[in-house]
Design a protein around this ligand. Structure first.
Ligand code: B1M
Length: 217
C-alpha cells in the first residue's frame, strides 16, 4: 500500500502535478503513513529524478519549478502532522537558518528547519538568497546557539565560508556553532571552511545540531 502511494507521490513531483501531490499527502495521512517517510520515499526521489533529467537536458527550469511547487504543496499538508509528531518540546537551542546569497533553492533548507523545530530547536528561518551579514545580525538579535547555512549550487558554496567570516567579524565565533549542508556540500568542504557540523540530509542535520549542543540524539 505504502509502496504504491510512494510511487504515486514520486510521479506527482516528476509531472509537477501540485493538486495530485496534495491529494496524495492527504491519502498518506489517512492511511497512517509516517509523514517523514512520505517525504523521503515519495517526494524526494521524485525531485532527484527531475534533477537528473535536468542534468542531462531532458527537463528544463520550468519543469524544476513545477516539481518544486508540487513538492511544497504536498509538504504543506504533511507539515502539521510532522510537527505534531515531535516529542521533545523543551527548547534545546536557538537556530538561525537560511539559504545563502545568490541561491534560491528553498526545499531542503525548509525541511531542515522543520526537522530542527520538531526536534526541539527554536528556529528562525531567514528564507533564501540571504546576505552573509544577515545571518550574523539575526544570530546576535536572537542570541542564537547555531547558524545553519544551505547552498545548492557549487557557485554559492563559497558563501557558506563568508557567513562564517561574518560571524567571526561580529565576534560571535566560536560560541555560535555553524552547520552547513546542501546537495553539492561535503564533509571535507565543511572542514575546509571551518564549519562545526555537516549533514547530508535533514534527519542527520537534527542529530548533528543536537550533538553540537552537547546532546545525544
Ligand atoms: Co536548481 N539546480 N537551479 N532549481 N535544482 C540543482 C541544485 C542542480 C543540481 C540541478 C542539476 O543540474 N542536476 C543544479 C546545480 C548544479 C551545481 O551547481 N552543482 C541546479 C541549477 C544549475 C539551477 C539553476 C542555475 C538553473 C538555471 O537557471 N539555469 C537555477 C539557479 C537559481 C538560483 O538559486 N540562483 C536553479 C533554479 C531552480 C528552481 C528555482 C527552478 C528550483 C528551486 C525551487 C525552490 O526551491 N522553490 C530548482 C530545483 C527544484 C532543483 C533540484 C531539481 C531539486 C532541489 C530540491 O529541492 N531537492 C536540484 C537537483 C537536485 O538536487 N537533485 C537542482 C529536494 C531537497 C529535499 O533536497 O535541497 O538537496 P536538497 O536538501 C537536502 C540535503 O541537501 C540536505 O538536507 C535536505 C533534505 O534531506 N540539506 C541540508 C540541504 N540544506 C541543508 C542544510 C544543512 C544540512 C543539510 O545544514 C544547515
Amino acid at each position: 500500500m505504502s509502496d504504491e502511494l510512494f510511487a504515486a507521490m514520486r510521479q506527482s513531483v516528476i509531472e509537477g502535478d501540485a493538486e495530485r501531490a496534495e491529494d496524495l499527502a492527504r491519502q498518506a495521512l489517512q492511511a497512517g503513513v509516517e509523514p517523514l517517510a512520505a517525504i523521503n520515499q515519495g517526494y524526494v526521489p521524485g525531485m532527484t529524478t527531475v534533477g537528473e533529467q535536468f542534468g542531462c537536458g531532458q527537463a528544463f527550469v520550468p519543469d524544476l519549478m513545477m516539481a518544486a511547487e508540487a513538492m511544497k504543496k504536498g509538504m504543506a499538508i504533511l507539515e502539521p502532522a510532522l510537527r505534531a509528531s515531535g516529542v521533545e518540546r523543551k527548547v534545546i537551542g536557538r537556530a538561525v537558518l537560511g539559504t545563502v546569497k545568490g541561491d534560491i533553492h528553498e526545499i531542503g533548507k525548509s525541511l531542515v528547519a522543520l526537522m530542527l523545530s520538531t526536534g526541539g530547536f527554536e528556529v528562525h528561518d531567514l528564507g533564501v538568497d540571504v546576505p552573509f551579514e544577515k545571518f550574523a545580525a539575526k544570530a546576535r538579535e536572537v542570541n542564537a546557539d547555531l547558524v545553519g547555512v544551505s547552498a545548492l549550487l557549487t557557485t554559492t558554496m563559497p558563501g557558506q565560508a563568508k557567513v562564517i567570516q561574518a560571524l567571526q567579524a561580529a565576534g560571535l565565533r566560536p560560541r555560535v556553532k555553524v552547520m552547513v549542508g546542501g546537495a553539492p556540500v561535503s564533509r571535507s568542504w565543511a572542514g575546509q571552511i571551518g564549519a562545526d557540523g555537516y549533514s547530508e540530509d535533514a534527519l542527520g542535520a537534527l542529530a548533528v545540531a543536537k550533538s553540537l549542543m552537547g546532546q545525544s540524539s
